[in-house]
Design a protein around this ligand. Structure first.
Ligand code: NI
Ligand code: MN
Length: 236
């Protein structure tokens, strides 16, 4: 499994032959590592309806035939925006928190997230979500945008190889709250996301890494934080 950080909360996951894109906010993202036109994933997973997460999902999917997987409300809204005359190749799969969704690479399960999920035009986007990817024995959690919540302990109970956690603060957890999230989730690896894109969410990922490293191993299970620059990748 190869994970590439594309900037903000956008992640590309290469599971063998399958490429999955999460929250592809690239156009208008000052820290985007790639242009939307350069990506041709098989699936695009969206955690919630905010523009810095839905991003370029629809044009990418229309061009390359990717399946957009998200809440039934987000999928429904994108299909309405697209209109009945759409000639693109996008495919859609609606789901919801708690459900396990079979995917070509394995499976995913959407989790709760404490946030909001309205579209910019006021349309309802369903509940915000996180997602746990299952690829073989690997389990990867993308928390989406969220506050800290105690049920993260349940999300971590089957073991997580990697957790992508927002640390930007203001709209989501900050590094102090993300530190508590690591204690609840006990993942093997952590990649901080959703920081540094704008002034309001400026944070120091190296200080977060050091704070996690300073916790007793009994607390965090030896979790290692990997601050990635946009475009950097990690292989598991
Ligand atoms: Ni958001
Ligand atoms: Mn966001």
């Amino acid at each position: 499994m190869k994970l590439t950080f594309l900037g903000h909360a956008a992640i590309a996951l290469q599971f063998g032959a399958h490429e999955v894109l999460v929250d592809p906010f690239l156009s208008g993202n000052p820290k985007a590592a790639v242009a939307a036109e350069a990506l041709s994933p098989h699936s695009i997973v969206l955690t919630h309806a905010h523009a810095d997460h839905v991003g370029d999902a629809l044009p990418i999917a229309e061009r390359c035939g990717a399946t957009i997987v998200s809440s039934v409300e987000i999928v429904g809204k994108l299909q309405r925006d697209r209109g009945p005359q759409a000639r693109g190749k996008a495919r859609f799969l609606g789901a919801n928190s708690g459900g396990r969704v079979t995917m070509p690479f394995g499976a995913l399960r959407f989790t709760p997230a404490w946030h909001s999920s309205g579209f910019a035009d006021g349309s309802y986007g369903g509940m915000p979500m996180g997602v746990v990817f299952e690829f073989g024995d690997l389990r990867i959690y993308h928390a989406g945008d969220t506050a800290l919540f105690g049920d993260m302990a349940l999300i971590g109970r089957h073991g997580l190889d990697l957790a992508l956690l927002p640390i930007g603060g203001h709209f989501t957890m900050d590094p102090d709250e993300a530190l508590e999230a690591v204690r609840l989730l006990r993942p093997r690896h952590v990649v901080p996301i959703h920081y540094g894109t704008f002034d309001l969410i400026e944070q120091d990922p190296l200080a977060f890494r050091d704070a996690v490293a300073a916790l007793p191993e009994a607390d965090v299970g030896g979790a290692v934080v990997h601050p990635l620059a946009p475009g950097e990748a990690l292989e598991l």
